[in-house]
Design a protein around this ligand. Structure first.
Ligand code: G3H
Length: 197
């Protein structure tokens, strides 16, 4: 049966210091997740489907490609449309730094996280729009494993779970966890496998 697997990239150097955006490499723990991921995927397939071929989609950023690097599947595609929410002028800052430098923006985002667009960057709504071609392609494809970023995964997850897009910013997508979506006619069956790392 056709399924979609979702994963955030492993913990990055920026995650460790609370910085958003950027193009950091994985942390040591992030690399451990990358090494564990092939086994998580196999376990989710089960014995009888273990030879199922997956196509891997990542963003263009190093941390998603590093997370995909040990997966034994030939077809790996990078999509710019899967890159993390562009925080514009706030790229590379911590939330504390953003609050100190742009207090009104920080409050505006708190008031309406879906619509708030970073200065020179994007909103969650912008992500939903740029994901349209991705979603269309996903609907036509066979088994895909998508390794991307928190904000992007929230929007993809909300779409398949039939949650209104405006609620995307509050979806919980845990780190170091493989999510398997099995879309059925009227609902999607979800399973989550947390890596023990
Ligand atoms: O900036 C990217 C983060 O993955 C999104 O987190 O929208 O909760 O601030 P946030």
């Amino acid at each position: 049966p056709r399924c979609i697997w979702l994963s955030r990239h492993g913990e990055s150097q920026y995650n460790l210091t609370g910085r958003i955006g950027g193009d950091a490499n994985l942390s040591e723990r992030g690399w451990r997740y990358a090494k564990k991921l092939p086994e998580l995927v196999l376990n989710s397939l089960g014995e009888e489907n273990k030879h199922t071929n997956l196509t891997i989609w990542t963003s263009t950023l190093a941390r998603t490609q590093q997370t995909a690097s040990f997966l034994p599947y030939k077809k790996k595609l990078q999509w710019k449309a899967l890159d993390e929410l562009d925080a514009g002028e706030c790229d590379g800052m911590t939330y504390e730094e953003i609050e100190a430098k742009f207090p009104e923006d920080f409050k505006a985002r708190d008031d309406n996280k879906y619509e708030y667009r970073y200065r020179g960057g994007e909103s969650y709504r912008d992500i939903v729009i740029r994901l349209e071609p991705i979603i269309m392609e996903l609907e036509r494809q066979e088994n895909i494993l998508i390794i991307t970023h928190q904000a992007v995964l929230r929007c993809i997850y909300a779409y398949f779970m039939n949650v209104p897009q405006e609620e995307s910013p509050w979806m919980s997508i845990p780190l170091h966890t493989l999510i398997k979506l099995d879309p059925r006619a009227y609902s999607t069956i979800v399973s989550q496998m947390k890596a023990d790392i």
